[in-house]
Design a binder for this molecule. Structure first.
Ligand SMILES: Nc1ncnc2c1ncn2[C@@H]1O[C@H](COP(=O)(O)OP(=O)(O)O)[C@@H](O)[C@H]1O
Ligand SMILES: [Mg+2]
Length: 270
């Protein structure tokens, strides 16, 4: 690491794709959703991916999110080869490090909003009560606390998507993958959702979002246009050195410990 990089850790690469291809079908029916795809993502980027329907955008997000595997090529997540990660660790990484937001919200219909939001915390090691408290805090952040015990169908599209974003960020993932998150929303709800994503990004998180709406690219630090499974254009509008830096979060346990220590010190002085 050179001096400049050590001063600014935003230069760290968190996702690297090398010569990645994804084929669907075999023989005469084979077709490539991604072809020899290269991509390097730095921590703190907000990437918008655009391109015609069928060009491979969803396939790309699914592979980055460890929901699908490439046919050939390399995927490095935090310098680790994804193909070498066991299925059980992949599941844990998906729950802890990666947040997903979908066009149709993907909330579980028969679960109250608060329980939907608490789902990714199953891998956190917290007990259920603690998970519900965390979910409630996440919903409060999106002004949805009064809707905690509603079922998804009782909410508007915009409210459902805000709940889905709360679910995506509840375990503080470093990477947010969003597949046309505003595709089913009116323009006002769409703006609210984009402002929330902007806030999440400004806290140093990395966002990769697919959209059909060119107006939204103003939120991005980089815009990639795809065509037939490859990158057509790739434009960075913010320099790597100007990307947001992650804020250090103290876990509740750490805060508790440091408080206890300082209490002991005070007692010792007496
Ligand atoms: N599970 C699948 N089985 C077969 N073909 C698929 C599958 N998923 C995607 N494809 C094909 O891969 C190509 C890219 O799809 P997709 O990644 O969904 O594109 P986009 O999200 O850009 O619309 C399309 O031609 C699509 O038909
Ligand atoms: Mg798609």
């Amino acid at each position: 690491m050179n001096e400049e990089q050590s001063e600014n850790n935003t230069n760290e690469t968190i996702i690297k794709l090398e010569g990645l291809s994804k084929r669907f079908g075999y023989g005469d029916a084979a077709s490539y959703a991604l072809q020899n795809f290269d991509l390097e993502v730095k921590r703190g980027e907000f990437i918008m991916i655009m391109g015609p329907s069928g060009c491979g955008k969803t396939t790309l997000l699914n592979i980055i999110g460890l929901l699908d595997t490439p046919t050939s090529g390399k995927y490095l997540l935090n310098d680790e080869l994804a193909s070498r990660i066991s299925a059980s660790r992949q599941a844990r990484l998906r729950a802890k490090k990666i947040g997903f937001i979908f066009q149709n919200f993907n909330l579980i219909p028969n679960l109250p909003i608060i329980e939907n939001v608490a789902l990714p915390l199953v891998y956190s090691g917290y007990h259920k009560t603690r998970r519900l408290i965390k979910a409630s805090e996440a919903l409060e952040r999106f002004n949805m606390k009064d809707k905690e015990y509603y079922l998804p169908f009782q909410l508007s599209g915009g409210q459902q998507q805000r709940a889905a974003i709360a679910r995506a960020i509840v375990s503080h993932p470093e990477i947010i993958l969003a597949d046309e998150p505003t595709g089913n929303l009116d323009s006002r709800s769409s703006t609210t959702v984009m402002e929330e994503l902007r806030r999440i990004h400004s806290e140093g998180n990395t966002i990769i979002m697919v959209t059909h709406n060119p107006a939204l690219t103003s939120y991005a630090t980089r815009v990639i246009n795809m065509l037939d499974g490859t990158i057509d254009t790739d434009i960075k509008t913010v320099k790597d050195s100007d990307l947001p830096v992650p804020i250090e979060r103290k876990t509740p346990r750490k805060i508790f410990k440091s408080r206890r220590k300082s209490n002991k010190k005070k007692k010792g002085k007496k």
